[in-house]
Structures are given as C-alpha cells and as structure tokens.
Design a binder for this molecule. Structure first.
Ligand code: FAD
Length: 351
C-alpha cells in the first residue's frame, strides 16, 4: 500500500488540472485493498472515497476532500480456451493499450479496434469504452469487484453490468460502491477485421494494405495512426478525449434538423432513434478552435476540449456549460459531458 496525504493529482489526470486530495492510496492486490479499507476506517473514517484509473476521463473542479484510491493490480492471464474462444483475465491496473498490445501479439482477437485509448483496464469496464465500431461490452465476459463498504467480493456478468453507450451499472445505481479488481474478456481465436467505421477502410487503402487481407497488427497500427492524427496528445495539451456524448434523438427531431441542414451527419440506432455527432453541432455553433480564456475547443475536433495552459477545472466547466447552452439554443438538442466531473465530495451529476 502506498499512502500520500495532501497530494496533488496533477500527474493523475490528463487534463493537467492541479487539484489536491486529502489522501491518495494505491494498492496492488485484493488483500492489499482489504488492508486499505481498514486503514481508511481508522484514519479517514467518514471521508468520501473516489476510485480513479489514469484520470483520462476526469475533470477536477476543486480540491477533493477525501480519499482517492488507485489500483496497481497487474497481470494478463489466459484462463481457458475453447475451439473458437479464449478467456483472458486482466488486472484493473493494467494500462488498457498494453492489454490490447498483448492481445494482438498473441493473436487474441476482439480488442484491436480499441487500440490507443488512454486509461486502465478497470476503468474500461466502468466506462464501456468504445471506438471504431467496437465497445468494451462486446468482449467483456465478467467484472470482478470488491464492495468498498463491506469488503465483499462480487462478480458481475456482462449482462449484470447493464452496459449502454459509455455507461454501466457502476456509473449509475452502483456508482462509487465497487472497486474493479480484474476483468475477464472473451476473445476470439481467429481474426475477422472490422473496418467499416470511421474511415478505417480508406486509411488502410492509403497505406497500400488490401483492406480485406489486413492483419490484426496492421489494423491496430492503422487505428493508432488515425487516432494520433485526429486527437491531441494529453502529454502535449491537456484533454480528456471526447468531452461530450453524441446525442441520440427521436427521428422526427432529426428530420426537422435535416430540412435545415442537409449536411447533418447521422447514424441510425437499433431502437429507431438517430445519433447525431455532438462535434458537428458544436462546430456549427462556431466553437471549433475557439476558447474562453485558457479553456479551448480543439482546432481539428470540436468534440475535444483542451487545456491551453494553466486552466482550472472551473475554466473547462465554464466552457462546457457555454457550449451546451449554445447548442441547445441553436438546435433544441441537449448535449451532455461524457467526462466525470469531480467536486470536493466526489463525482458530480452534470445535467
Ligand atoms: C486523448 C484521449 C482519447 C480518448 N479516446 C477515447 C475513445 O476513443 N473511446 C472512449 O470510450 N474513451 C476515450 N477516452 C476517454 C478515456 O480514455 C476512457 O474513459 C478511459 O476508460 C478512462 O480510463 P482511466 O483509467 O483514465 O479512468 P479515470 O478517468 O481515472 O476514471 C474513469 C471512471 O472510472 C472509475 N474507475 C477507474 N478505475 C476504477 C477501478 N479500478 N474501480 C472502480 N472504479 C474505477 C472512476 O471513478 C471514473 O468514474 C479518451 C481520452 C483521451 C484523453
């Protein structure tokens, strides 16, 4: 167990916000986490607890007056294999992209489209991360957790996680109640490329690769290239990736919009509703490349808010609120942050 008091979270959030926490504790096994629980009961009784990963989807609005937990549980282990599938357990503290890299190198298919997403394995199961037509829920078999209040271990099947677009039971009914210890993935022994999303096919062709003959490694590398071109590197410019979720609207709302803007991009959803890219709505409001003080909108991707230097969480939140208001005034469509806002007592609901 590593314990630090009055600790700056600067190195633990990709927005580069210098907020402090009363206490930061890192543990590296289930037994260690049980010891952490005892330590909290003695030294920090009654203080709020917040579990974090790499902080690539967090926005600290102020100092956190409580205990922040971080998992350093490592390990990627093959558990069992059938003719077509392989079950693999990964520790919550594994870096997500290291896990993807291992899978691709060992020929375990299913996560290659999720290459180069920042963060850790535990958070991937909380967030239901997604990119290029794949979501974590498509490959998660079960999530092994520890209930922080009781110390009881519980295994959630993928169905019990109630996954949806960037959401899970851990972000709603059970918010803040469980620490993810490890995640079991169900992967495929043979590779079928999924390249019909986000310009992947075109990128492969431009690289001189015949799309239908692409290898898993080539696909991973192409996706990394696309992501590096499109998204700012948090090491260079603080950000948390897509700041807003794409709104899903009733068909009639989209049809009204399409009458005014025939260029409006849209994606049909299985329930008959329509997903509209939030980035497009924000760009139409003229925000791309603009800023409010040290909080900016990325010049290549309007969905990404950036720290132009020295921004506070409040600066970023002010820009977010202004953009949401402008989009609503112009289109009558509400957009909401995907990023988790953290106040002095923990996660804050942003409507
Ligand atoms: C440049 C960039 C690109 C991105 N691209 C994508 C993308 O393509 N697709 C996508 O879905 N996301 C993307 N993101 C967002 C981010 O990478 C994901 O949300 C990621 O899963 C966050 O992981 P993390 O370890 O940083 O978690 P954090 O941001 O630290 O935490 C996220 C949530 O998980 C909880 N949590 C973390 N670990 C645990 C644990 N072990 N137990 C219990 N709760 C835990 C936290 O309380 C919080 O609610 C991007 C971010 C950046 C900066």
């Amino acid at each position: 167990m590593i314990e630090r008091t009055n600790y700056s979270m600067l190195q633990h959030n990709t927005f580069g916000i210098d907020a402090a926490t009363t206490c930061f504790i890192e543990y590296d096994s289930e037994e260690d986490l049980q010891e952490v629980r005892k330590r909290i009961a003695v030294a920090y009784h009654g203080l709020p607890i917040l579990h974090v990963g790499k902080g690539s989807n967090l926005l600290f609005l102020e100092n956190f007056q409580g205990v922040i937990l971080h998992s350093a549980i490592k390990g990627i282990t093959e558990i069992s294999q059938t003719e077509n599938e392989i079950y693999v357990r990964a520790g919550a503290g594994e870096v997500w992209d290291d896990f993807v890299d291992t899978c691709v190198k060992r020929g375990w298919a299913g996560v290659e489209n999720l290459s180069w997403i920042p963060g850790e394995v535990g958070a991937a199961a909380i967030q239901n991360i997604g990119a290029y037509g794949v979501e974590a829920k498509d490959v998660i078999y079960e999530v092994e957790c520890l209930e922080l209040a009781t110390g009881d271990k519980r295994i959630f099947s993928c169905e019990e996680c109630h996954y949806g677009y960037r959401k899970s039971i851990f972000k709603e009914q059970l918010r803040g109640q469980y620490a993810v210890l490890s995640v079991v993935f169900r992967l495929k022994c043979s590779f079928t490329p999924n390249i019909e999303y986000g310009g992947v096919r075109k990128a492969l062709t431009e690289l001189g690769i015949e799309p239908d003959k692409v290898t898993m490694t080539q696909l991973r590398n192409a996706i990394i290239d696309i992501r590096k071109q499109k998204l700012p590197d948090p090491e260079v410019q603080g950000n948390a990736g897509s700041f807003f979720m794409n709104p899903v609207v009733e068909k009639v709302v989209y049809e009204q919009l399409a009458q005014q803007y025939d260029s409006c991009p849209h994606y049909d959803q299985p329930d008959g509703r329509i997903k509209i890219p939030a980035g497009w709505l924000i760009e139409q409001c003229g925000w791309k490349g603009q800023n409010l003080g040290p909080a900016g909108v990325h010049k290549k991707q309007a969905l990404v808010l950036v720290n132009l230097g020295g921004a506070t969480g409040e600066d970023i939140a002010r820009l977010s609120e202004t953009i949401c208001r402008n989009v609503y005034e112009r289109f009558g469509i509400a957009i909401h942050p995907e990023v988790n806002f953290i106040g002095k007592n923990g996660l804050i609901d942003v409507k």
